[in-house]
Design a protein around this ligand. Structure first.
Ligand SMILES: [Zn+2]
Length: 240
């Protein structure tokens, strides 16, 4: 979309506020390097119990009275997730059949989401209801704002664009309690049922804390982008 910037509004692209976007990118890269490093490190530490991620997940679900969630194997790395629509808990290659501290920790975290779902945990419900709004917002907000600028600074379009972008930010913010709570549930269960012992619990904490930081980083990145939007559009308004 550079053609818009060069022709009509170069400041939009070469503005100092782009630094805010770059800070978000750096935060994100730093957090994802952190989770990869913690995960790799604890992938080499095998648990004393010797159960796999999949076995841990099955046991935790049953222990929590959940029998209608399927634990499946999904190809890839760090793409583990719980899907509430079809009640499947997907565990990736280094988790499903692995007996490491990292594998059991990630499996327990995903079980945390399944338990949230079965208990109708409110932030999870809010997050679920925001999915379509957030998808719409991330597709439409920037085009709408840029179009608003091209239309001779159409304030209505710009404002709607900013509101839609704020919905995306809100989605990232409500993700935080959902993720932190899933990890807290997972860690509590792991230390309570003896799946992890002694130092293994510390390792699990490190893996899940590093994973949670990636969500904090992306929420921070979104807030910085919103701030940039407000500075760019607000600054222009004052000059008019
Ligand atoms: Zn999660």
């Amino acid at each position: 979309m550079l053609y818009i910037g060069y022709g009509y509004y170069p400041r939009f692209y070469f503005d100092w506020t782009y630094i805010l976007v770059l800070i978000g990118v750096v935060l994100s890269l730093w957090a994802s390097a952190g989770v990869k490093s913690a995960f790799n490190r604890y992938s080499t530490v095998l648990t004393l119990k010797g159960i796999t991620g999949a076995q841990a997940a099955e046991a935790i679900l049953h222990q929590s009275g959940i029998y209608d969630v399927r634990v499946i194997h999904v190809k890839g790395n760090l793409n583990d997730h719980y899907d509430p629509r079809n009640k499947t808990l997907a565990l990736s290659d280094p988790v499903y059949g692995a007996t490491s501290v990292a594998a059991v920790s990630v499996a327990a975290h995903e079980c945390g989401h399944a338990i949230q779902h079965s208990e109708n945990y409110v932030p999870l419900k809010i997050r679920g209801s925001l999915v379509p709004v957030a998808n719409f917002g991330s597709a439409i907000s920037w085009p709408l704002i840029l179009f608003g600028i091209l239309m001779g600074y159409n304030q209505t379009m710009i404002t709607i664009g900013i509101i839609l972008f704020s919905a995306v930010v809100l989605f990232h913010l409500i993700t935080l309690p959902v993720e932190f709570n899933a990890s807290a549930r997972g860690l509590r269960i792991l230390s309570g049922n003896g799946m992890l012992m002694g130092d293994e619990n510390e390792g699990a904490k490190k893996v899940l804390r590093a994973a949670a930081l990636t969500y904090v980083a992306s929420a921070a990145g979104m807030i910085l982008q919103l701030l940039r939007l407000l500075i760019l559009t607000g600054g222009r308004r004052r000059r008019d």
